[in-house]
Design a protein around this ligand. Sequence first.
Ligand code: PLP
Length: 439
Amino acid sequence: MAKTPPITEAELSAGQPRPRPRHQALEIGGRALSPSTLMMGHGFDPALSEGSLKPPVFLTSTYVFESAAAGKRFFEGVTGKRPGGAEGLVYSRFNGPNQEILEDRLGIWEGAEDALTFSSGMSAIATVLLAMVQPGDTIVHSAPLYAATETLIGKILGKLGIKWLDFPAGATREEIDAVMAKAKAGGRVPLIYLESPANPTNALVDIEAVTAARDALFEGEKPVVVIDNTFLGPLWQQPLKHGADIVIYSLTKYAGGHSDLVAGGAVGSKAALAPIRLMRNTIGTILDPHPAWMLLRSLETLELRMSRAGENAAKVCGWLRDQPKVEHVGYLGFLEEGSRQADIYKRHCSGAGSTFSLYLKGGEAEAFRFLDALKIAKLAVSLGGTETLASHPAGMTHLSVPQERKDALAIGDNLVRISIGVENADDLIADFEQALAAI
Ligand code: PLP
């Protein structure tokens, strides 16, 4: 890596930041390095931290400026007077080394120009929405959404005079066109918010159809396409490549991957993330240094963990599908050839993931007996961890969703949601076999 020449006194007194040579080369001899290689060192220069192989956790609330002019210049970035964000470290509500290294690495997976990290997936979503909406706007969104996101859009933003219109996750181009046209007729549409696959049904949204519909209908300032990619990202689906502007993550799930932290992220272009960075600076939804450090460790094994969990899920779902007490397995690997969902999957996804819906024959009683009998799989909400988790959406994560909406979205009492981990797949099958026998 070429060292940046030291800054001159003249540059420093003009407020130029000291160079921070933190980036590992992205290619060697013309060969572009893969994300899993870059997760080991990208964004961190050990020479800046006493030669430490791993970054320290930077526990400080504020940073010392090298000159008053540098401080002023950094604040111009923080407040948006100078585009591109702060050029140096200022105050831990705005930025910090652990978060910046994590953001550099997170962006790699989708080839994103910029990334931001947040204290939770929900604080990422809330910060993105707050940065874009104003009273009288209409948010167009796919349905279903994670229950807290539905509450945020429907109830909390609703109180501020923001309306919403939705289309079902699997909607055709014509159906998407019709909803967008209706929204446009009602006034400003600042963003189109997608979740794909949807929680908990796993229904996929046609991102390409959404962006094509947006481009055909809107001229000038177009609605920003935002997508929650928590269930398949960043390994199995990369929505920026299909036209999305901002991709949101609950990093609590696959990215964190060990069920030991809560965090969120957003990736996109610098221009798309600029207003969100300003909002994050204002309301203080940035991730703390310690979970940021933990996420750096997690990203080193992201591909290993997700690949193994995906292979396990394929094996477990193949077995579950043939069991007499199972009504249906809602797994992306089983989409009906020739169906619209299979078409979206082929265009957008490179893997079926490891989170799926298991519809048992019966209702709540059967689902509860199955859940209570599990010995390896833990009865807990969340997903994407090294361990297998199982939960009951109708009675847990989606309890607050009105019954008619649950019925419309097939969130029935016989639905169990399962997130497969990295255990031995045959051990998991043995566990599900004895739990099915206990129904
Ligand atoms: N988006 C999806 C699809 C989720 O499943 C979740 C949580 O389960 C969230 C967002 C919220 O993430 P967090 O719990 O990190 O705030």
